[in-house]
Design a protein around this ligand. Structure first.
Ligand SMILES: C[S@@+](CC[C@H](N)C(=O)[O-])C[C@H]1O[C@@H](n2cnc3c(N)ncnc32)[C@H](O)[C@@H]1O
Length: 241
């Protein structure tokens, strides 16, 4: 865990990755992605690139590139690559929408917004997967008709799962695999999102920043259990074309 004196630096410290996904579910997705030894893997909006690192080191891919705009996430990814001797994985600070170099396998999990949204992202990603390649795409969807409060938080562009599947097909992709995050993956995601700063709060109750951190964590937990728990879904697609 980074410096426990700074609540900002521990924000993501307890998260394996920044998406509701168990390690077992991730293994299944990477298996379905079928990454060829000697191939290349690109992760757009990679965060700290934990899934990218597992994808590359577990497959014998020889090139892995993670692209994100968050400096501290990229620094965490570079440290992890160094620790694991994964010199074939590099991290680039760049807006995902400006990336042009294709790869054999592309990951884009929870980051379609960085490509202009779901529809624009699916179209852009088609240009970035080499012919015969595959895309692992993770995106939110409504499990049922959303409340106005939920739309206010997540925006009007979130689709139902059937509509998301139709959009994927209409953009020219074939669905090789589809699975969704279950309730425990969501609960763990939300809990680990809060945990870094929750632990900081318990250790620093009188810090001048404590009130602001407490408010943010309480608001998020309240919104989760009252507005979007069981309503917002996350779909994982392995796609080919
Ligand atoms: C929900 S997180 C997902 C991170 C990662 N894919 C994962 O599963 O752990 C979304 C990521 O998109 C990144 N992001 C936001 N805008 C971006 C942009 N314009 N270009 C590249 N990355 C961006 C954020 O910094 C963040 O790391």
């Amino acid at each position: 865990m980074p410096s426990v004196d700074d609540p900002a630096s521990v924000r993501y410290a307890r998260m394996r990755w920044n998406t509701p996904l168990s390690a077992e579910h991730a293994d299944l997705l990477l298996q379905r992605l079928d990454i060829p030894a000697g191939g290349s893997v690109l992760d757009l909006g990679c965060g700290w690139g934990e899934l990218l690192l597992r994808a590359v080191t577990g497959s014998g891919a020889t090139i892995g590139v993670g692209v994100d705009t968050d400096q501290s996430a990229l620094a965490r990814g570079r440290r992890a690559a160094l620790d694991r001797g994964a010199a074939q994985v590099s991290f680039v600070r760049q807006a995902a929408a400006t990336w042009r170099r294709p790869a054999d396998r592309v990951l884009c999990l929870g980051s379609a917004h960085a490509l202009g949204g779901t529809a624009a992202g699916l179209a852009t990603l088609a240009e970035l997967v080499e012919p015969g390649g595959r895309l692992l795409f993770g995106d939110g969807f409504w499990e049922r008709t959303p409340s106005p409060e939920a739309v206010k938080i997540f925006g009007a562009d979130v689709l139902s799962l059937p509509d998301l599947v139709e959009l994927v097909r209409a953009t020219g992709w074939r669905v090789l695999h589809l699975s969704t995050a279950d309730q425990r993956e969501w609960d763990d995601f939300e809990s680990t999102w809060r945990a870094g700063r929750q632990e900081w709060l318990l250790a620093h109750p009188d810090d001048p920043r404590a009130e602001g951190v407490r408010d943010e964590l309480d608001t998020r937990l309240r919104e989760y259990v009252t507005v979007y728990r069981g309503l917002l879904g996350l779909g994982y697609f392995v796609l080919g074309r």
